[in-house]
Design a protein around this ligand. Structure first.
Ligand code: NAG
Ligand code: NAG
Ligand code: NAG
Length: 632
């Protein structure tokens, strides 16, 4: 059809050119070619725009690398040029760029004066979303250090593990996390860790009050010499991720990588008048990126301690937010709140995030008005990112000859690994077929790995993928690329699943559960629940000889050792774990059977937060969960 139109146009052109002079016909021809290109390649202009923006960003990065220009220097620049501009709104307080500079100087001085934190050290932070999080981090970079962002949901054994793998010898914890700290305090003190709490006073011996020291510290600027050793390859932060297996690992975020994360706001069109609302946890890259990206743009952040669907739009109105961040779950929660008349009265124009589903997107737009949605994809520790810059519902990016960043290889779910041909190399997945997304590790796309964990770092790499000696980063995500080169997320493979916006590492959960008194072995997997993003945790367990399933005790154990999002919602008691199939095979079967009591003869239990117990899963509970009547 298009070709036909083109053909007629060309005929018309030849006819016209015989009548008109040369110049007019050339202009005419160019116009037709452009029109043709536009119909043929409707995304061409966006593709080019995006590639140009990326090139600009890359040039910037090279320049910054030569001059050791970190995001902290950008912050100081902003504090000089626009000292009175609000930097952070939090509750009813506003901190300008000048305030932030002064407060982070004070924080830095507390560390310096302690004499225990030296250039290049790492300090672990167990702090929720509050301005202090930002002051601490800025302060640490000012003295040439970095911070490890502990997930404040973790407790006891996990907390100690995460703390020690950061290599820090100082811990700063939020006032409200005093109990969590006291629980592990004896071990910390034994390792001679200095422990600070962000309260005005503190009751436990061996813990010092950070605020008290900060109020006495000077806010004078700190000498640049303190950070003269920093390059863009130095670590800016450590962010924990649940990788394919085991306990959380600390991914190294270098200053170079941090720049790349910051530029997402630039690439999505955030401008200097915007106000970004950040309610995702700052200890995750998504939340942290919101604040550091705001520094790069020199804009205002409206910070919230914790996402709340019912407060979301009120906050956006209160702070005049124009940009919001999301993960798939938060968009769904927002759509599930009761409709009110003011739904569309807000100034939000742009949403940046990851994991929104097409149906939720449609609901969201029809309910809250025309908000532009920019979906992006990237792993905290990954070496690349994808961005939906082209307005295609459901797609997370584009794979074009201009912008070739990733490769998709055929993947065998049963074996849990890429399919290789007879010569041992991977096979590229066909168009339209799901395949594992991998990205070549190179000087331009480095992979910094996990701190003090070579083994885990190695596990994220694939060797000899297309030729001998090449190395790829394994995202662990299955993607599909359609005829028009749009990339769609399919599923996550490997031993993690997502629940409530967090990654859950199945082996970590299984390890914890198998320590419960009555449990012999456990295997953990995620099951689909209608109307929920990600997967709900389920454990299949066998019991110790002669013991019964002690549901109260197992609940208590799970509650003590696992953060809420990682606690299995369902528990299935088996007489033996099927060992005939391979381990992967077994899980695939368990996942397929899910938690439907009609399909399973084994007893299945359901986690009941109110009863503080695992209760037998009856048909009414099963139906309630499926219909969304029972909250899980
Ligand atoms: C950047 O840092 C490196 C290492 O500290 C140093 O050798 C180099 O001179 C610095 N470059 C600039 C422009 O300051
Ligand atoms: C939001 O905008 C209104 C009107 O433009 C203004 O009066 C108000 O002070 C702004 N609020 C904040 C927190 O900037
Ligand atoms: C991609 O962006 C466009 C326009 O900004 C939006 O309409 C579309 O929903 C986005 N896709 C996803 C999956 O977010």
């Amino acid at each position: 059809h298009l070709n036909e139109i083109l053909f007629h146009c060309v005929v018309a052109l030849i006819y016209c050119s015989s009548l008109m002079n040369m110049f007019v016909s050339v202009v005419f021809a160019v116009a037709i070619v452009l029109l043709g290109l536009f119909f043929r390649f409707p995304y061409f202009i966006q593709d080019v725009q995006y590639v140009l923006a990326k090139l600009k960003v890359r040039r910037c990065l090279l320049k910054y690398m030569q001059t050791n220009f970190t995001i902290l220097e950008r912050f100081l620049e902003a504090a000089r040029t626009q000292p009175d501009k609000p930097f952070i709104h939090f509750k009813d307080e506003t901190f300008t760029y000048r305030d932030a500079d002064a407060l982070s100087n004070k924080a830095a001085r507390v560390f310096l004066q302690s004499g225990l934190v030296k250039q290049g050290d790492t300090v672990a932070m167990l702090v929720g979303n509050e301005p202090m999080f930002v002051w601490l981090w800025l302060g640490l970079v000012k003295i040439g250090c970095s911070a490890a962002f502990l997930n404040y949901n973790i407790r006891s054994k996990s907390l100690l593990h995460c703390f020690s793998c950061s290599g820090a010898n100082t811990l700063v914890a939020a006032a409200e996390l005093q109990d969590a700290v006291e629980e592990v305090l004896p071990s910390l003190l034994e390792q001679q860790v200095s422990v600070y709490i962000l309260a005005d006073g503190c009751k436990a011996a061996g813990v010092e009050s950070f605020r008290e020291k900060m109020s006495q510290a000077s806010s004078e600027p700190l000498s640049r010499d303190l950070r003269s050793h920093l390059t863009l390859q130095s670590p800016a932060a450590y962010i924990y991720t649940s990788g394919t297996t085991g306990l959380p690992k600390a991914a190294v975020i270098t200053h170079a990588r941090l720049w790349v994360m910051c530029w997402i706001q630039l690439l999505t069109g955030v401008n200097s008048r915007d106000v970004i609302y950040v309610s995702l946890p700052l200890y995750h890259s998504a939340g942290f990126m919101g604040v550091t990206g705001a520094i790069e743009r020199g804009i205002t952040v409206a910070l919230r301690s914790k996402f709340s669907a019912s407060q979301f739009w009120d906050d956006c109105r209160k702070y005049n937010a124009t940009v919001i961040q999301y993960i798939g779950e938060t968009m769904r929660y927002l759509c599930n709140t009761p409709k009110v008349r003011r739904d569309r009265s807000h100034k939000v124009r742009l949403a940046i995030g990851n994991g929104i589903r097409a149906d939720v997107w449609r609901d969201f737009i029809s309910r809250f008005g025309n908000v532009e949605i920019r979906e992006l994809y990237g792993a905290t520790e990954g070496n690349f990112a994808l961005l939906n810059y082209s307005g295609k519902i459901g797609a997370i990016g584009r794979d074009t000859f201009l912008n070739k960043v990733k490769v998709q290889v055929s993947f065998c779910i049963m074996r849990g690994e890429p399919v290789r041909d007879s010569s041992g190399f991977c096979i590229e997945a066909d168009k339209g077929e799901p395949g594992l997304l991998v990205s070549e590790i190179s000087v331009r796309a480095p992979f910094s790995g996990y701190v003090r964990d070579l083994q885990q770092t190695e596990r994220k790499k694939l060797h000899n993928v297309f030729k001998r000696g090449d190395v790829y980063f394994n995202t662990g995500d299955l993607m599909r690329i359609d005829e028009d080169h749009f990339i769609y997320f399919q599923d996550r493979v490997g031993d993690t699943f997502r629940w409530k916006g967090e990654n859950v590492a199945t082996t970590e959960v299984a390890d914890v559960i198998s320590l419960a008194g009555c449990v012999k072995e456990a295997t953990v997997y995620g099951v689909k629940v209608p109307g929920q993003e990600g997967r709900a945790g389920m454990a299949a367990v066998t019991l110790r000889d002669g013991l019964k399933f002690d549901s109260v005790d197992v609940f208590k154990h799970v509650e003590n050792f696992l953060p809420a999002y990682a606690r299995p919602r369902f528990m299935r008691i088996q007489s033996s774990l099927d060992v005939t199939g391979t381990f992967k095979h077994l899980k695939v079967k368990l996942v397929e059977e899910g938690f439907n009591p009609n399909l399973i003869t084994d007893p299945v239990y359901f986690l009941d937060e109110k009863e503080k117990n695992y209760i037998p899963l009856m048909m009414d509970i099963f139906n309630g969960v499926n219909l969304g009547e029972i909250k899980i």
